[in-house]
Design a protein. Structure first.
Length: 650
């Protein structure tokens, strides 16, 4: 994919270039694929008179939401970028419920927010995965009831205590202090953007050229199909008496008194952000590093040297334009000049919004929240927020491993990421004596971790390795296609158990291990041979975690909330309902504890029944249960690490 021309002009400023024409190399930006959609029975609204409606709405909006956007100010020099700084949001406490305490991230894990709106001082709203929503309150971010579990992608304040949210499958919800009100959007297409012009009126854009006008509880469709060509619309901006929408294939549509008119953007890249400062030009940005500035009716010019990151959102930040990117950076632009602020993490920002009297906020992958200072990104969540798949203790401090080869270490100030020798996901971790750990993962990754470094060791196969146990003589690793890897780290030998699918988890020692995996596989691995134990109740199911108890009994957990008790004589179901369970271990009381998707945590009682632990992890997927030192740890996506002191006498 080709982005914009990246030739730097003298002095380091970004220069504009003329719009690309059909046939130019720069017009070949890739566009998002549009998923299949169901055609709605739309209610069309004539365009005539839209300008008067917008002008009237803007007047009301100015009176009621006067602080929504910054006033034009004189330009000043762009800052010299400084390193990001952490200033975690205050929370009511650091507890996770049931005696569990937060270690990472701080504050407690937040949902992944996809949409954001700042409407003025103290008016900050966020929406995201599975209907999550929050707004800024004096005590910090407080949850906001949306009445839906659909993903929400956009939100806009329509008053100081009200907002309109939109998302997947035509979801459109009015939020207030009272119960949320679901609106009939007349479509089940995904809705990606909302722009409010008054407390009662807003515009909404989405897939297949969907452009809606909302007045109170009535929703009508604008006739913009010819102008959009059915392209998915991902951003909106209201400028005076006109509505602008931008989206895939470089689509920019202006809706005003003359109807819906497509403007020539000069790019085929998907545009994901649209915005500007009062009295200044409108900007659009998107894939391939494309940043466009509107310099006149139907005239857009591209800025040079804006990078290859996809840009996701735009808004006014004081006297400059702020643009959020997929590599964790923020681009600050004035005219044709710009600088980048880094966030310290190569993870995407999904939304950015600012207003007079309130700082500019950002939300991104892993539940990250941040704001902009003059010369740096101010991180409002501290600690890594990538998915954690396993934990172990090294020299009295925790080490966590997870997606994309991430390695995080615990220090006096909390967890921080350290240099990893691989980008392959790491999923299992074990101690190799007191001074070293071994992490195993995708693509045959074997990573030895010591106090000051991590080293990639040679692997005899490129199989994905899923779990590992160790003793003084060596290790036993399990992985894809029934593969076992055993022996000293310097002389590992691989074998394959015939007619066995992927192996996912292991409990025990290299000479006496219980292994589980695909299709309900249960293997007993000894020093000399491996035997298969029938487990008919788990047939056809993936078992993802296993733990041994004090006696001969063990438990395995997996898909569909399945938990089976395994003894040398049989295999019986103890639980079989709910989200997928990814891990099982011994909890604080020495009883089995299984964890999984949607923050699910189940503890086995003395009576053999499993009860739900109400861990407050904002719906994050839990992936590990680990005993180390005097504690039990639970870890998962969003960088979640919770700790509970042992209470079983050990």
């Amino acid at each position: 994919m080709r982005g914009c021309d990246r030739t730097r002009s003298p002095g380091g400023a970004w220069a504009e270039r003329a719009p690309a024409r059909a046939g130019d190399d720069d017009a070949d930006g890739a566009a998002d694929a549009v998923p299949p959609v169901v055609s709605p029975s739309s209610r069309w609204l004539p365009i005539a008179g839209l300008a008067l409606l917008l002008l009237a709405s803007a007047t009301v909006a100015t009176a009621l939401l006067g602080e929504r956007r910054p006033k034009p100010v004189e330009q000043s020099a762009l800052p010299t970028p400084a390193a990001p700084r952490a200033a975690p949001l205050a929370g009511p406490d650091r507890g996770g419920g049931e005696g569990w305490r937060w270690l990472n991230p701080l504050p407690r894990a937040l949902p992944t927010y996809l949409g954001l709106d700042v409407g003025g001082r103290g008016l900050v709203a966020m929406v995201g995965r599975r209907g999550a929503a929050a707004r800024l309150m004096p005590q910090g971010l407080a949850t906001w009831d949306t009445g839906t579990t659909e993903d929400l992608e956009a939100v806009a304040f329509t008053g100081t205590r009200d907002a309109l949210a939109a998302g997947a499958h035509g979801t459109l919800v009015r939020l207030s202090d009272a119960a949320p009100i679901r609106l009939d959007a007349g479509t089940d297409r995904a809705l990606h953007a909302v722009a409010a012009v008054s407390p009662t009126e807003a515009f909404v854009a989405g897939d297949a050229g969907t452009l809606l006008r909302v007045v109170d509880r009535h929703v009508s469709a604008l006739d913009a199909a010819r102008a959009t060509g059915g392209a998915a619309l991902r951003a909106l901006a209201v400028v005076g008496a006109e509505v602008f929408a931008a989206g895939e294939a470089g689509t920019i549509v202006r809706v005003g008194p003359r109807g819906a008119i497509r403007e020539r953007s000069g790019t085929r890249a998907t545009l994901r952000g649209l915005g500007g400062c009062p009295g200044g030009p409108l900007y659009a940005a998107g894939d391939g590093g494309v940043v466009l500035r509107r310099v006149g009716p139907d005239v857009w010019r591209a800025l040079r040297d804006t990078g290859t990151s996809a840009w996701t959102a735009i808004d006014c930040d004081g006297d400059r334009i702020a643009i959020a990117g997929t590599h964790g950076e923020v681009l600050l632009v004035q005219g044709d000049r710009g600088v980048r602020l880094e966030s310290g993490a190569d993870r995407p920002w999904y939304a950015l919004s600012g207003a007079q009297g309130e700082r500019t906020w950002l939300v991104g992958a892993g539940g990250r929240v941040a704001s902009l200072a003059d010369d740096h990104v101010r991180l409002l969540t501290a600690g890594p927020t990538g998915a954690i798949r396993d934990l172990a203790s090294l020299g009295g401090a925790l080490v966590a491993v997870g997606e994309y080869g991430r390695i995080a270490r615990e220090g006096e100030a909390g967890f921080s990421e350290s240099v990893s020798p691989t980008r392959s996901g790491l999923g299992g971790l074990v101690a190799l004596g007191p001074d070293a750990l071994l992490a195993v993962g995708d693509d045959g990754a074997l990573v030895e971790i010591v106090a000051d470094r991590a080293t990639l060791r040679a692997s005899p196969l490129r199989q994905p390795w899923r779990d590992v146990v160790a003793d003084e003589d060596g290790v036993l690793v399990v992985g894809g296609e029934g593969t076992l890897l055993r022996g000293p780290l310097a002389a590992l030998q691989a074998t394959r158990v015939p007619d066995t699918g992927d192996l996912a988890a292991i409990a025990g020692t290299p000479k006496d291990a219980l292994v589980v995996g695909a299709n309900g596989a249960v293997l007993r691995v000894g020093a000399e041979r491996t035997t298969r134990q029938p487990c008919e109740p788990a047939s056809g199911r993936m078992l993802r975690g296993v733990v041994r108890g004090a006696g001969q009994e063990a438990w395995a957990a997996g898909d569909g909330g399945l938990i089976v008790a395994i003894s040398p004589a049989d295999c019986r179901v103890e639980h079989d309902a709910g989200p997928t369970l990814h891990a099982i271990g011994l909890g604080p009381r020495g009883l089995p504890l299984a964890v999984g998707d949607d923050g699910t945590a189940l503890e086995r009682g003395e009576d053999g029944l499993w009860r739900t632990l109400p861990l407050e992890v904002s719906g994050q997927s839990l992936r590990a249960v680990v005993r180390a030192d005097r504690y039990v740890y639970v870890a998962g996506t969003g960088g979640v690490v919770l700790r509970h002191v042992l209470v079983d006498g050990t």
